[in-house]
Design a protein around this ligand. Sequence first.
Ligand SMILES: Nc1ncnc2c1ncn2[C@@H]1O[C@H](COP(=O)(O)OP(=O)(O)OP(=O)(O)O)[C@@H](O)[C@H]1O
Length: 244
Amino acid sequence: MSILEVTGVGKGFRGLRALSDVDFRVDQGEILGIIGPNGAGKTTLFNVVCGAIAPDTGTVTFGGRDVTGAKPHRIARAGMVRTFQLMRPFASMTVQENVALAAQHERLPARRLRDGSMEIVERVGLGDWAHRPATELPTAGLKRLELARALAMKPRVLLLDEVLAGLVPSEREPVLDLLADLREQDGTTLLFIEHIMAAVMRLSDRVLVLDQGRVLATGSAEEVTSDPRVIEAYLGEEPGDAEA
Ligand SMILES: Nc1ncnc2c1ncn2[C@@H]1O[C@H](COP(=O)(O)OP(=O)(O)OP(=O)(O)O)[C@@H](O)[C@H]1O
C-alpha cells in the first residue's frame, strides 16, 4: 500500500519551473532514492512534500490523507519528517538536549524524554558525545545529530536530504547501516536525495530520477543507471557531480 502519493505536482519560482507534473508513489517500508543533476528540483520536491512550500498544482497524500499545503509541523507530527543538509544545533545545549528538544512535542515526563533521547543518541552512534555541547561536534557528528533529531519525531516516513554529504567513506558506512536498520527494525519508509551513487545503489529499492523539474525515469537502481536518458542527463556529467 502506498504511504505517500505525489500527483501532478508543479512549482514555479518567478517563471522558473522548478517542478512540473511530478507523479510518484512510495510504498510503506520502501526505500526510494532520488537523484538528478544540480537544480533538478530534488530539494524543492522535499519542501513541497513536507509542507515548507505549497505547490502551484497537484496533491500530496500521506497515509491516505491529503496534506497538500499543510503546515510543516503538522505533517511532521503526523509522521513525515525531513532532515536538512546544513543544520545548526542549539548552541547552548548538549547533544542529548538537542535531541530531547525535537521530541518535546510529545509532552513526555522529563525522565522518559531523557531516556528516550539518550537511546536515540546511542543509536546514531553519538553516545560518547551525549553530554557535550552540540556545537563541538565535527561535520559527521552534526549529520548524525540531524538524523537523531528527526528520529526523535518517530517518523513513519523519513526524508533525508544528502545525509552523506561531507562524510568520508568510513563515516558513511555506519550511517548506511543505520538507515537499513530503520527500515528492517522499525519499518520506516525512507526517501533520500543523494549524489553518492554507491549509496543509492546499495540502499534503494527504487530510484526516482529528476531532471529539470520532471521525472525522467523510475526503476531499480540497475535500471535507471543503465537508462541512456539518465546517463546523458546526470551520470555522464563531470566526475564529482555523481560521486562513485
Ligand atoms: N526559493 C526559491 N526561489 C527561487 N528559486 C528557487 C527557490 N528554491 C529553488 N529554486 C530554484 O529551483 C530549481 C530547483 O532547485 P532545487 O534546490 O530544488 O534543486 P536540487 O535538485 O535540490 O539541486 P541540488 O542538487 O543542487 O541541491 C533551481 O533552479 C533553483 O535555483
